[in-house]
Design a binder for this molecule. Structure first.
Ligand SMILES: [Fe+2]
Length: 373
């Protein structure tokens, strides 16, 4: 941890939080004339709640893991619509595509041109991000991840021009998220906080957000899983997700997310689920070098009793399994012979692996996949 390191914290210009908050978008964007909404077939059902007044066109063909063809199709639709406001209405996939569409639809830059940090030239179109899941925290940040199907890896674009003008956390939009998805995405939100918290590049400012996020998960995730319309729990989880999103900015994740990515690109597991499966393993692996902070996580998640015998992996695994997450890679269709490819790919994601507080060889990574099989 380096207190002297300079960090930059980007946050949406305006944040609306609370039951019914999605209705605020229309009032905020009163003067918008052509509005382009990115959604999924499910979340497009929420468009009416936004109270939009201008001419609204909806693009709802965004799958769970957006790839380059999805992005190109959304971009083409935006060029038809010529919006003065882009609205992302969905989970992380939708919000990530919305960022890039808002920044790139009216310019010359391609996705290749902007891949990496700080390469987006600018953005003229306003951007509203309305989250409909509690997990990615994408509405909070400046990063967008698009899968390149050719190489089976993610393209990461990061730019201050991708930050939302307004972000909305309306728990009512998450009532219909199924309990299994609530569980997995909630653990993903926690993983963002924990991986930033125990990160080699951890920073006291971000530690504060991480602690708030982890506490909220400890308090509310089981409730949100048990009763999807528990407004207080849903709102708590949306806030945890938002805090996780803030953690992703200046510090980012580490080995947990690196190990989860091949499960998304090669095994096609949803991002949240992939992270839920990996989470307990990396938490336990890192414990020896991050004992104090790991102890804080254990307390926040209510696992003090379960870790009395010293078996953190078992306790954290139990936390995830009790939420209803199927924690076995084999049960999700993985085969033993895939694991070394996963390990090779995960180990190669240096932008995240280099953040991990404990060195991890390719053999260590493989051992984790085997333990998670
Ligand atoms: Fe994540």
């Amino acid at each position: 941890m380096s207190q002297s390191r300079i960090i930059t914290l980007h946050q949406p210009k305006r944040l609306e939080i609370g039951a019914g908050a999605s209705g605020r978008v229309g009032a905020w964007a009163e003067d918008a004339q052509r509005i382009f909404v990115l959604a999924t077939p499910h979340t497009s059902g929420f468009v009416d709640r936004l109270g939009l007044k201008g001419q609204v066109s909806v693009f709802d063909a965004i799958p769970g893991e957006p790839d380059i063809p999805t992005f190109e199709a959304a971009l083409a639709a935006a060029r038809e619509a010529r919006p003065d406001l882009v609205v992302g209405l969905g989970g992380g996939s939708v919000l990530d595509v919305a960022k890039l569409v808002a920044a790139l639809w009216d310019g010359e830059q391609t996705l290749r041109d902007v891949a990496g940090p700080n390469r987006v030239a600018g953005r003229r179109t306003r951007l509203a991000q309305v989250a409909t899941t509690a997990g990615t925290g994408s509405e909070a940040g400046i990063r967008s991840l698009i899968t390149d199907p050719g190489v089976g890896a993610k393209i990461a674009v990061e730019s201050p021009h991708l930050i939302a003008d307004i972000a909305v956390l309306d728990p009512e939009l998450t009532y219909s998220v199924p309990s299994a998805v609530t569980a997995a995405t909630g653990i993903d939100a926690m993983a963002h906080c924990v991986e930033a918290f125990t990160n080699l590049n951890a920073h006291p400012v971000i530690d504060g957000f991480a602690r708030m996020g982890i506490d909220l998960v400890g308090r509310y995730l089981a409730r949100a899983v048990a009763d999807g319309s528990d407004t207080e729990a849903r709102e708590g989880m949306m806030l945890a997700s938002f805090y996780g999103g803030i953690c992703l900015g200046p510090v980012n994740t580490a080995a947990g997310h690196a190990l989860a990515y091949p499960l998304g690109t090669l095994l096609h597991l949803p991002h949240g689920l992939a992270n839920a499966i990996i989470f307990p393993h990396v938490l336990a692996y890192n414990q020896p070098v991050a004992a104090e902070k790991t102890a804080e996580v254990v307390r926040a998640l209510g696992l003090v009793e379960q870790t009395r015998d010293g078996d953190l992996l078992k306790a954290a695994h139990g936390f995830c399994a009790r939420l209803g997450v199927e924690m076995s890679l084999g049960a999700h269709g993985a085969t033993q012979d895939q694991l070394s490819r996963f390990a090779h790919d995960a180990h190669g994601i240096r932008r995240l692996m280099n953040n991990n507080p404990r060195e991890m060889t390719e053999g260590d990574v493989l051992a984790i996949y085997k333990a998670a099989f």
